[in-house]
Design a protein around this ligand. Sequence first.
Ligand code: G3D
Ligand code: MG
Length: 183
Amino acid sequence: MELSFKVIIIGPGAVGKTSLLNRFVHNEFSLKYKLTIGVDFLTKSLEYEPEKFVKLHIWDIGGQEKFKFLHRSFYEGAFGALIVFDLSRHQTFSSMKEWLSEMRSIVINDIPSVILGNKSDLIPEIGQTIDRKEVEEYAKKEDCLYIETSAKTGDNVEKAFLELTRRMVKKIGKLVTKSKEDS
Ligand code: G3D
Ligand code: MG
């Protein structure tokens, strides 16, 4: 039996959510995909351990990000989340925090979550605009993993999905053990 998970990718506008998804699923960084509004989710099979696969249904909040009343149905059934901010724009770090707390207030069970600082390829150019330690401390407090990615170069993108998947699989394992104990 192949496990199948709904994963959501959320965060402020223009931080690179669609680009990350495009990089992960199609291994491309192109602008044309951006215009594909109306694509609700993409599916990809991922080998998270040798010869062990899961199917990920990854939902991109896309054009709904501005409409808060739509967020609840978007979050429904999600078992994992990627919360993205833009390393080159400091204010997206604070907005990302609001996204995380909104998600947690709506999703009943805490779901495995990974915070992504995206556009790491820009750091050599613009310098370190975000205090990495602050982000790491925040992530730890919120029980999230923190990974810096670049949808442009592909750096750490696969790793981000892999780490999230491993956490989801682990959580499933715990739930199964618990239900055996309860019965
Ligand atoms: P969103 O889906 O979060 O709104 P997009 O973000 O994926 O549409 O990306 C927003 C802009 O950031 C796009 O540029 C995109 O090319 C750029 N971008 C996304 N990821 C990266 C990255 O890792 N590095 C760099 N340098 N740029 C990135 P435009 O100019 O088309 O608005
Ligand atoms: Mg988008």
